[in-house]
Design a protein around this ligand. Sequence first.
Ligand SMILES: Cc1cc2nc3c(=O)[nH]c(=O)nc-3n(C[C@H](O)[C@H](O)[C@H](O)COP(=O)(O)OP(=O)(O)OC[C@H]3O[C@@H](n4cnc5c(N)ncnc54)[C@H](O)[C@@H]3O)c2cc1C
Length: 408
Amino acid sequence: MNNEYDILIVGGGLVGQVTALTCAKLDGLRVALADGRDILSDETGKSDGRASALSASSLRFLNRLDLALSDYLQPMRDMLITDGGIGEDPVWRLHFGENATDADSAHMIENRHLYAVLRDALKSTDQIDIIGPGNVSDISHTAAGVSAWIRRKEISARLLIAADGPASAIRNRAGIAMDGRHYGQSALVTTISHSLPHDGLALQRFLPGGPLAVLPLPGKRSQIVWSDKSAAIKAAMAISEGDFIAELALRIGDHLGELSLEAPRQSYPLHLQLAQDYIGPRLVLVGDAAHVIHPLAGQGLNLGLRDAATLYDVLSGAFLTGRDIGGAVLGEYAAWRRSDVTSLATATDGLSYIFSAPKTPMRRPLSKALGHARRLGMSAVNDSAVLKDLIMREAAGDLGDLPDLLKK
Ligand SMILES: Cc1cc2nc3c(=O)[nH]c(=O)nc-3n(C[C@H](O)[C@H](O)[C@H](O)COP(=O)(O)OP(=O)(O)OC[C@H]3O[C@@H](n4cnc5c(N)ncnc54)[C@H](O)[C@@H]3O)c2cc1C
């Protein structure tokens, strides 16, 4: 195996794998993908109990990579967003999607299936060399490239792409600082099966501690993403399965009939984290290495996919015209991604703040004002076909300056 590449991607999570397959669309570009895990093993990704809501534009992009996803997709045909505590009637309800077609809808896919489809695609291309398993331990720069050490082997490339997740060692080593904050919340994720069909309905219920999402999966199954204060999630992780199902039923109501737990409960601490720069010398950040947002809008992976598609737009122009793919062209990527990421991160952060404003005595007036504001806002949205359409198009990932691979 040759140790010199055009591009070395460190991190073979979902975003790193998609980035590798996207770069490999450029004939003649030599791509290496390194991960601490054995990403070609059948076991990789099996323990990720999450499912992802892929926006319509993300799905178009993945289809353009010829990924065999169709067996695993569940369209979200309708969306209901509501509030109200346990046993209370909701004060407002937002109902979307009456006119949505499957082509315009977001689709749910379990991450383990996405990993399996990506693994098959990686195995069937010879343009990508998989390096490892082994963590990248050291990096050095030359004028024309970058060298990384993986299990005492030196790998050289003209461009290094850091897709190594929220704790990115590559980003930290490059001295790129992060802005953000901890939400003091965690998300409990699991899969349930139920006796009644979900009819493609995605339910998001804003409870006092945080949002609870019930997202449709193929069959009579749904993904639960329950965000709450970390102590409450810790308690929900510790109770028996029976008690957990009873707590869940109290919160989601009876529209799904009898519930049972299909997968172990997993929990994820929630924080907002935005890199101050998306590039460095011969370096690009993608995915959670660049940005981590609250999962309430289900957009983190979608943002990472947009990174990959944007990078392809920028790099293909340089590669095909013989310019340096690790040079000035990276500035275009950074500028393009910053506006998209910042607006989505601000929107999800604002939503999370508005919907989980604490009701302590000090904050009660603020919380009350926010309560009025959100009710007014919600009823305005509910009454306006134009606003609803705008929100649906934002959720579909169809707004803004899209890279070619995401366009209709
Ligand atoms: C509860 C929850 C629900 C979510 N739901 C959605 C959703 O519905 N829709 C959506 O779009 N997004 C969602 N997200 C966000 C989404 O899951 C993440 O944005 C996405 O998985 C990030 O992928 P990544 O590849 O960037 O990072 P990661 O998955 O963290 O992958 C990083 C990879 O880098 C490797 N690595 C790390 N360090 C090194 C090293 N030094 N050397 C070599 N390899 C290394 C790791 O082994 C790993 O494979 C959700 C997130 C959470 C927490």
